[in-house]
Write a protein that binds this ligand. Sequence first.
Ligand SMILES: [Zn+2]
Length: 133
Amino acid sequence: MSPALKNGLLLVMLIVVVGVAGWFFTRAKKGTALPTKGFETHWMCEKCHRDFKLTPAEYQEWLDSKDKLRRDPNFPARVVVFWCPDCKAYSVVRAQLDPTTDKLVIERDSSGNFVPLATPKAPAAEESEKPPQ
Ligand SMILES: [Zn+2]
């Protein structure tokens, strides 16, 4: 093998390695690993009650964005709060779909406080309120 051929082969190998590495990194950057359909989580604005459905890809996009996620050291870091475009405030918190009422309920507000669930009226209370005859 002549030195020129050897150098040529080395160069080809180098180009292939760089090409594969480049392909790998651009592929990873696009975040195609996260599903863009299904597995949606519910989020709701505690002020205007607008609901947001986020796919895992959208959720990651909001987390990575500079303006959609509240980054405030005064609030608990574990409570994720997003920006509401209607209220112009960080007021969108995680919500759960109540299977009995089919309505969205918030477990924690944007300050990290637990939100007490609305307690349904006890049916027995009506009878005891009847005036004695
Ligand atoms: Zn809102």
